[in-house]
Design a protein around this ligand. Structure first.
Ligand code: PBG
Length: 316
């Protein structure tokens, strides 16, 4: 009876697995603050994506960790950069069976850890950075990304990337915009995952959003849609369910939410101490994100969820 009247059903189809690929390693490297998540080699990434596809996972998002970082993050647009090589591997392996999304930012590639070009005053130069993103988008599209996902929160980035892609004939490459992305303390474990430390104790409050403001989030979402975003995203997820709910009531493009590294790590940490039932909390949290209105959820729990469904352990 409860299943009959349940109004929200989480499905493997809703989930996107974030994956990390690192240049210059010969074995996968575990990420201690993200239990069960690793920095992949090109080869282990291929094995992981094949396994996810076998489990019915429909989409992955890729992050790269280059061997060398520099001031402009050139690894992000180098045709031989680690993510470009990995994108090409995956398209060869899985074709259109799995939607391969490329996170589009430069913080993993810059030596100062900012999501853009730092100017003389120590701030991030918005327009110079947008040009960099366009170059990275073209490199990712050329390598086979079906979706690019700009996550740097520069103004005008979606319009510029759309036009750069269209001019080069990549009009069928979609844009999933990190539209309402907050300057959150919940990204800590991710920065371990991509070896990012922001220079001089800096932060991203100059370009990411203030967690005290909700109307601004809706404005950012509207701007990205008007600039051509095919999918818009709210990030993090649980602390921003109000943003998700309001956006989902208002907009007509698919809405995604990123259940970020800190949200994942907190569940593992408490479960390890025996303080909560980790599986039950993970299911409750992911279902809440869907219930609030996000039809697409990026989560490090994707493989766990798909395996739990396949083995019959879970029936959400
Ligand atoms: C920026 C980016 C970040 C995340 C995804 N893309 C980190 C940041 O903005 O500092 C965080 C994801 C997570 O915490 O799981 N390229």
């Amino acid at each position: 009876m409860r299943d009959l009247v349940a109004a929200t059903h989480l499905r493997v189809d809703d989930l996107v697995a974030p994956l990390f690929v690192r240049e210059g390693i010969t074995e996968p490297v575990p990420i201690s603050s993200l239990p069960g998540v690793v920095q992949h080699t090109r080869a282990s990434l291929r094995t992981e994506v094949a396994a996810l596809a076998e489990l019915g996972v429909k989409s992955v998002i890729l992050f790269g960790i280059p061997a060398e970082k520099d001031a402009v993050g050139s690894g992000a647009y180098d045709p031989d950069g680690i993510v470009q090589l990995a994108l090409a591997d995956l398209r060869t392996d899985v074709g259109d069976d799995v939607v391969v999304i490329a996170d589009l930012c430069v913080d993993e590639y810059t030596d100062h850890g900012h999501c853009g070009i730092v100017d003389d005053s120590g701030g991030v130069d918005n327009d110079a950075t947008v040009d960099l993103y366009c170059r990275a988008a073209l490199a990712q599209a050329a390598a086979g990304a079906q979706v690019v996902a700009p996550s740097g929160m520069m103004d005008g980035q979606v319009a510029a990337i759309r036009s750069a892609l269209d001019q080069q004939g990549y009009d069928d490459v979609a844009i999933m915009a990190y539209a309402a992305k907050f300057a959150s303390a919940l990204y800590g474990p991710f920065r371990d995952a991509v070896d990012v430390e922001i220079a001089d104790g800096g932060d991203r409050r100059g370009y990411q959003q203030d967690h005290r403001n909700v109307r601004e989030a809706q404005l950012e979402i509207d701007l990205d849609i008007s600039e051509g975003a095919d999918i818009v995203m709210v990030k993090p997820a649980l602390a921003y369910l109000d943003v998700i709910a309001e956006a989902s009531a208002r907009i007509d493009v698919p809405l995604a939410a990123y259940h970020v590294s800190g949200e994942y790590a907190m569940i593992h940490a408490a479960a390890d101490r025996g303080w909560i039932d980790g599986d039950a909390v993970a299911l409750e949290h992911l279902t809440a994100i869907k219930r609030a209105g996000a039809g697409i959820i990026l989560t490090y729990f994707t493989r766990w969820f798909a395996e739990s469904i396949a083995s019959g352990r879970l029936s959400p």
